[in-house]
Design a binder for this molecule. Structure first.
Ligand code: F0G
Length: 456
């Protein structure tokens, strides 16, 4: 098309009102919430960018598919439809539904890990790391150096550091039961992995005879980055690129709450028959019979349809462009972000924006709370509150102090995003007046969800 404007590739058939609040109300609600936005009631939030997980809008075709759900306990028609879509996409032999991504992780790692094992990845997501560590194994992040530098521009900042992976497999290979790659790399800023890098990881896995698993939550967004940044694939469809990515893998874990375009669900898919048997046994204990795995028949229908819609070109074009659009607006206002913008979220470098607030006074929390008070926008701190406390009770600064603005799929329009950019710019303009926080009460683990704080 000859026009520059990339439009939302849908029209809106059903709307949900969003609740407007006053600044005074927000100040009261935030105080009641212990200055922790996880403790807010969502109806006190105007634009909710806490996560892109399970928060997307389903299409009319998905809502229609819900009525086709077959709720039979065993052998449901909806399972076979789901299985066929997933196996066409991934080419993997065993398709095991789960209620969300972390259930797939839990079942896989419980079935195959032993204490002392090492699982390398570009960067493990928190639940992946936790599910590995609970088995007494070690979760090792091997992303390339550029992937750890917020301001460095690189087309594939999610790539695996091949030299470090090779060195690990050569020196400690007997402790590595599988290699993982997360597409896109959420913990590193939603950054993509190139197909060339995946092929090179595959070649190392072949040389050392290790299975390769994808954490595939955002596989379609990753496929779009490959299409637009890796010349070899410029003319390929996103679906063909996704199939090429999966063809390199022996298995995957998936949260359908992201690129499944569903509100709940996930799956584990793999080729190894013996591992699959063990996983199905574990599945029955906690998730349910292998043809529903903790989901209703209608959820399986919604995911099957969502996996088809998510690889459509107009959708991905709009999706990745709309994230970049927010990033570019923030950069124009002088707000430091992880560059280049990732697929599902913009990550603001709060430590750089608020240099007067030391990491142990949580600059990320100061920024998250200011965004909420200023405009009712909810983001999430990924920094010292989330990662700074250690099992022995000591506290050190997190690697970075970031604020993630994650964009739900097909939910907000360009004017919502313009509003968010205005709110962030207004807060950034008064950055030097923001104050840090101290923790007044917190549990021993995962404190960021429930900690109560106080402004300094
Ligand atoms: N892997 C990645 C890369 C993720 O981003 C997530 C979830 C999971 C696994 C776990 O999936 O939530 O369905 O159990 N990420 C969400 C987020 C929670 O906000 O980034 P789940």
């Amino acid at each position: 098309m000859p026009f520059r404007t990339i439009i939302e590739p849908f029209r809106i058939k059903s709307v949900e009102a969003i609740p407007f609040t006053t600044r005074v109300t927000r100040e009261v609600r935030l105080r009641e919430a212990g200055y922790n936005v996880f403790q807010l009631h969502a109806e006190d939030v105007l634009i909710d960018l806490l996560t892109d997980s399970g928060t997307g809008a389903m299409s009319s075709a998905q809502w229609g598919a819900l009525m086709q759900g077959d709720e039979s306990y065993a052998g449901s028609r909806s399972f076979y439809r789901f299985r066929d879509v997933v196996s066409t996409l991934t080419g993997l032999r065993h398709i095991i539904p789960t209620h969300q991504g972390r259930a797939a992780e839990r079942i896989l790692f419980h079935a195959i890990l032993s204490p002392g094992d090492i699982v390398p990845n570009n960067s493990h997501f928190d639940t992946t790391r936790a599910n590995i560590e609970v088995e007494g194994a070690e979760a090792l992040d091997l992303v390339i150096a550029e992937g750890r530098q917020p301001a460095t521009i690189h087309p594939f900042k999610g790539n695996v550091d091949l030299e470090r992976l090779e060195a690990l497999l050569a020196s400690e290979g007997d402790r590595v039961p599988l290699v993982m790659v997360t597409v896109t790399n959420n913990s590193g800023g939603g950054q993509p992995v190139s197909l060339a890098n995946l092929r090179a990881v595959r070649a190392l896995c072949d040389r050392f005879q290790k299975p390769l698993f994808l954490d595939a939550c955002r596989f379609a967004e990753n496929a779009w980055f490959i299409k637009t940044r890796e010349p070899e694939f410029a003319t390929w469809t996103p679906k063909a690129i996704a199939q090429a990515m999966f063809s390199l893998a022996d298995g995957c874990t998936m949260s359908a709450k992201k690129d499944g375009l569903a509100n709940i669900g996930g799956f584990l898919a793999l080729n190894n028959d013996e591992w699959a048997d063990r996983c199905r046994e574990a599945l029955i204990l906690t998730e349910g019979f292998p043809t529903y795995g903790g989901l209703a028949g209608y959820d399986l229908e919604a995911i099957a349809r969502g996996l088809e819609e998510v690889v459509e070109e107009p959708y991905l074009h709009y999706r990745i462009r709309s994230t970049a659009y927010l990033g570019e607006s923030l950069v124009r206002s002088g707000v430091p972000i992880i560059q280049p913008p990732g697929g599902h979220a913009i990550y603001i470098d709060a430590r750089a924006l608020l240099p007067h607030i030391p990491p142990l006074q949580y600059p990320g929390i100061a920024l998250v709370n200011a965004l909420y008070i200023e405009g009712g926008v909810r983001g999430v701190e990924i920094g010292t509150l989330m990662f700074g406390r250690h099992p022995d009770g000591s506290e050190t600064p997190g690697t970075m102090d970031l604020v993630r603005l994650a964009i739900p799929r097909r939910v907000y329009t360009q004017s919502h995003i313009d509003y968010v950019a205005e709110v962030v710019a207004a807060v950034a303009a008064t950055a030097s007046s923001l104050r840090g926080y101290r923790v007044v009460q917190a549990p021993a683990t995962l404190r960021h969800f429930t900690a109560r704080l106080e402004p300094l």
